[in-house]
Design a protein around this ligand. Structure first.
Ligand code: COA
Length: 293
């Protein structure tokens, strides 16, 4: 078995229904595909209905599952409530929400307009808040339990990161919301968790974030101790598990899946990895000889 294998047993999510924001492309689509393969029914949302409908058809053909594509700009609370109502009307109930929709600009912060900064905060933080509140309030009002919210954050939500400041700021907020509501809404039977993925290449985001030669110049796999980027199935396995009832006792957790990437940047002496074996022999001899004097 290798790391690209599918983790959960067949029908692990049979009878479950999920909403995946940004589910029509990239990582959202990969995670949606696995939910469908496990027997779940899924609503996918984004701003571009045409793209969504194409993705829904493709996913249904590939998995035999049921996908409802719904246009929704997560920045607009009324639109989110409408999306929620249509989802429930169509599938009868929604068991979980995957806050995956995001936006990001790689840019020196001083070059960003105030509106550009707001745009990212609105999609990532306000969008996640809008969806969480819309579904959470509904579940609480209707006394529906065994519900779950999973949000995609990033490892720089806790370290911060230069050149993606709006995204770092917003994702830190999502992480705080996840941990706060994990406690506050546990009494209503709603679990909250988050995933902080490292580099999982997707065509759209990576081409946009690191256009042209930048991608070669900043080979992100070089920053990962395990020396590779992530495979979409690895993220799909983790998200399906966290959304499933197998994870019923997991609440308020932010799970990093990055091959050790962020810790490599953090450890004070991690750069010593570049020292070759012969030099370690020499260094050891020098240190020991000093001790003996
Ligand atoms: N760098 C800096 N500023 C940028 C920018 C860039 N690459 N692209 C847009 N902006 C600015 C615009 O100039 C505008 O500011 P202004 O009104 O002061 O001129 C502001 O950001 C909003 O731009 P707009 O194009 O109207 O935003 P939008 O709401 O249509 O779309 C995104 C914003 C993020 C959704 C869009 O860029 C997108 O689809 N991105 C792909 C999704 C993505 O980023 N995925 C990665 C997930 S990590």
């Amino acid at each position: 078995m290798d790391y690209k294998a599918k983790m959960l047993r067949d029908d692990a999510l049979k009878g479950k229904t999920y909403v995946v924001t940004g589910g029509g492309s990239g990582l959202g689509k990969s995670m949606t595909k696995y939910l469908l393969e496990l027997g779940a029914q899924v609503v996918i949302t984004s701003r571009n209905l045409e793209k969504l409908e194409k993705a829904a058809k493709e996913l249904e053909e590939q998995t035999g599952g049921k996908v409802l594509p719904l246009q929704c700009d997560v920045r607009d609370y009324d639109a989110v409530c409408e999306m929620r109502d249509k989802s429930i009307e169509h599938f009868g109930k929604i068991d979980g929400l995957l806050n995956n929709a995001a936006g990001n600009f790689i840019s020196p912060t001083e070059r960003l307009s105030s509106n550009a900064f707001d745009t990212i905060i609105d999609i990532v933080l306000k969008g996640t808040k809008n969806c969480t509140l819309a579904f959470g309030k509904y579940w609480i009002d209707h006394k529906e339990t065994q519900k779950t919210v999973l949000s995609i954050v990033t490892t720089y939500a806790w370290t911060g990161s230069a050149y993606v400041v709006p995204s770092a700021t917003a994702k830190a907020g999502v992480m705080a919301m996840t941990r706060s509501l994990a406690v506050e809404w546990a009494k209503y039977g709603i679990r909250f968790n988050a995933i902080a993925p490292g580099p999982f290449p997707t065509k759209g985001a990576w081409d946009r974030l690191l256009p042209g030669e930048l991608k070669e110049k900043f080979d992100l796999s070089k920053k990962v101790p395990l020396n590779r980027v992530g495979d979409h199935q690895e993220l799909a396995n983790l998200s399906a598990y966290l959304l499933s009832d197998f994870a019923e006792y997991l609440n308020g957790e932010v799970i990093t899946i990055d091959g050790g990437e962020w810790l490599k940047g953090a450890g004070q002496f991690n750069l010593l990895e570049q020292i070759p074996e012969e030099m370690w022999d020499m260094l050891e001899m020098m240190i020991k000889s000093k001790k003996n004097k």
